[in-house]
Design a protein. Structure first.
Lengths: 444, 221
């Protein structure tokens, strides 16, 4: 029976080319856009290398120093008589009215001395991502963002090493002049990203660094993973390491032992900041450690909100996107339902004939739902191919800047679910209506 | 074969109740070729629809092929139609998207019959109506008479005991009408299929075993 329905579906689609074209156009275009949006979402927020463990990560991009100002409010609760004397029962409330703030990455000195002993942390890394280097090769200028990192950086972030290996603690201790590059940087600099690049030298700031590893460029370059080249932090300008001020050029990323323990890490940082006694030579009274999850960090970068509470901005960013997505899915769905209703209405007499010759309502329902699924799958396949081609084009030409689109099995799975839902929802209602066709009336 | 007892059918709207059939009692023995005549709107098609389980009577009982039909649900009626009944309509009602042979196969789709066997039976039915050479054509490539022959092939492919024909020659010229009538008469005499045919054509009705006349929803002869 299934085979018959399937063959019939294909026959019907072939015999009605205009309807088939209109339906396929709508379905494939909608699904292509959905695929692109999904793959963009997956690239930006999915657990892809080197952020596979993003759900365990806590980012601390800045160290805040501030002095709050308070308002004192006097509230008279009651008037009481005690031993013949009248007395006001008064409470005082102090509300923060504002604060004087300075904000920026922390110094290596501060991070090194204060944040190495957090509990529930599996690994952590201090990263200096503030530098750029212009190098010249054969008279050609190559501009690269240089990240100075520690050995644990490669434990926190699981970079995909295409060739070679990361540098280890020994390289840090000895301030070895070694370098890990992304494949893109290697191509820019050497014209190729291959095993042959390993052990070749890159000149950065008049010093020569030996290439020890080449990593695949991350899909999204954020402030912790966006470096074109990664160098041992001990090779950085000594002033950065020697400075004893609170502010500096380093951000910290902590990887909790489990996703659940991530809150514990954030709480410890908040507790530490609250109880930090500010050195007397500082211009500010208090410390704030701006720790957040990657999602919060992402939302905060898109819509900078109140630094005290980043949670609402997650919804500010993702709420409208979700509404738009739902609308984008629902509008063509309604359109398709409409198209299907008029199409099955045209076939009322066919349905009546089928029922007269023994089809029951269930048979009719199955037939039309399957027909719809077939066309949705064909449309979906076209959408998939189009999306794939667009993704290739966008990535090859870096059209989205720091983001590249991911095309993964997970995206394919979402795609299948969306198609199935699309096909079922747009097919069931018209098919159900038609399965109730009154034979006598339809054949009159 | 077909037993109708006191069958009435009325259609009710908010304001008017129309009586399409009134207290109809009749029986059609197995193997009979019965024709029903009467003016337009006298209830002929309603009667045929009730016999074909396409419409339900408001009153009365019916026995078809020895089975009391009252109380059948939708799926049971569909199954009964599939196994026991074949329909021929005035305007053919072939499915234009399907080839001739696929149209003929249609009743077998709702039975447990394999693809090859279905095709064999459909070609056999087409041979019986003289249309073997048109199996791969589509309905809109056929003449009216050929379409009706395909419809007959579709009606007989499942070897039903009863064929219900609603003005099968009504849309055809007299020569083609005669050809269709010949096929129906042959089916009746050779296989013994019971046929109930609604017609406006006195000439056709005379070729059948018995004629029942209706007027205003009642049997007049």
């Amino acid at each position: 029976m299934f085979k018959n329905y399937l063959l019939l579906s294909l026959k019907v689609l072939k015999r009605k080319p205009f309807y088939t074209f209109i339906s396929l156009f709508g379905i494939s275009f909608t699904l292509m856009i959905l695929m692109l949006v999904t793959s963009m979402g997956n690239a930006m927020l999915g657990s892809n290398k080197p952020m596979t463990d993003m759900h365990r990560m806590v980012f601390m991009p800045t160290v805040e120093r501030f002095t709050p100002f308070y308002d004192t409010l006097t509230v008279v609760d009651s008037i009481v008589m005690t031993s013949g004397e009248m007395r006001y029962d008064t409470t005082y409330e102090t509300n923060e009215r504002g604060r004087m703030v300075t904000n920026g990455p922390g110094s290596f000195h501060f991070l090194d001395n204060n944040l190495r002993d957090l509990e529930d942390v599996e690994s952590y890394s201090f990263i200096n991502s503030n530098n750029h280097a212009d190098t010249y090769l054969d008279g050609r200028k190559v501009s690269m963002s240089t990240y100075y990192v520690d050995a644990d950086y490669f434990r926190v972030f699981d970079f995909n090493f295409l060739y070679g290996l990361p540098f280890g603690q020994a390289a840090i201790d000895e301030a070895s002049k070694v370098i890990v590059m992304t494949d893109k940087a290697a191509k820019n600099y050497f014209g190729e990203a291959s095993a042959a690049v390993i052990d070749r030298e890159v000149e950065i700031g008049r010093e020569k660094f030996r290439v020890v590893g080449i990593v695949a460029r991350p899909l999204v370059e954020n402030e912790a993973t966006g470096g074109d080249v990664l160098l041992p932090y001990t090779t950085i300008d000594n002033k950065e390491l020697a400075s004893t001020t609170l502010g500096g050029g380093f951000l910290a990323v902590f990887k909790a032992v489990s996703p659940e323990k991530r809150t514990s890490v954030i709480d410890q940082l908040a507790f530490y900041a609250d109880n930090f006694s500010m050195p007397p030579d500082q211009d500010f009274e208090k410390l704030g450690l701006d720790a957040s999850t990657y999602l919060e960090l992402f939302a905060d970068r898109m819509v900078p909100g109140d630094s005290q509470n980043t949670d609402p901005s997650v919804w500010t960013v993702f709420g409208p996107i979700a509404v738009l997505l739902v609308l984008f899915l629902v509008l063509p769905l309604i359109n398709l339902i409409n198209l299907n209703i008029s199409r099955v209405f045209e076939r009322k007499s066919e349905i009546a004939v089928r029922k007269a010759f023994g089809a029951d309502s269930k048979n009719i329902l199955y037939q039309f739902v399957l027909e719809n699924l077939v066309i949705t799958f064909i449309g979906g396949l076209i959408g998939l191919i189009l999306a794939f081609l667009i993704i290739q084009y966008v990535n090859a030409n870096d059209l989205l800047g720091i983001t590249r689109l991911a095309f993964s099995f997970k995206v394919f799975l979402y795609f299948l679910i969306v198609i199935l839902l699309f096909g079922l929802v747009s097919g069931i209602l018209p098919a159900y209506r038609m399965s109730r066709t009154n034979i006598g009336e339809a054949l009159r | 074969m077909i037993e109708l007892k006191n069958i009435s059918k009325s259609y009710r709207t908010d304001t008017i109740e129309t009586l399409a059939l009134q207290h109809m009692t009749m029986s059609v023995p197995s193997g009979e070729f019965l024709s029903i005549m009467g003016p337009s709107g006298c209830g002929k098609s309603t009667l045929l629809n009730i016999m074909g389980l396409i419409d339900e009577p408001t009153e009365g009982t019916m026995t078809l092929a020895g089975k009391e039909i009252a109380g059948y649900n939708g799926a049971q009626m569909a199954r009964f139609r599939n196994e026991q009944l074949g329909f021929i309509f005035q305007s053919f009602h072939l499915i234009n998207d399907l080839s001739v042979v696929d149209n003929v196969e249609l009743p077998l789709l709702y039975r447990k019959v394999g693809g090859k066997e279905r095709r064999r039976l459909a070609l056999e039915a087409l041979a019986r109506v003289g249309l073997s050479n048109r199996a791969k054509h589509f309905p809109n490539q056929l003449s009216g008479g050929q379409k009706q022959r395909v419809a007959i092939a579709r009606a007989i492919v499942g070897r039903p005991n009863i064929i219900l024909a609603d003005e099968p020659t009504g849309n055809l010229d007299s020569q083609m009408g005669d050809e269709i009538m010949e096929i129906l008469l042959k089916l009746n005499s050779e296989i013994g299929t019971t046929i109930v045919m609604v017609t406006h054509d006195e000439r056709m009705a005379k070729k059948t075993h018995r004629l029942v006349r209706l007027s205003d929803g009642e049997r007049v002869s």
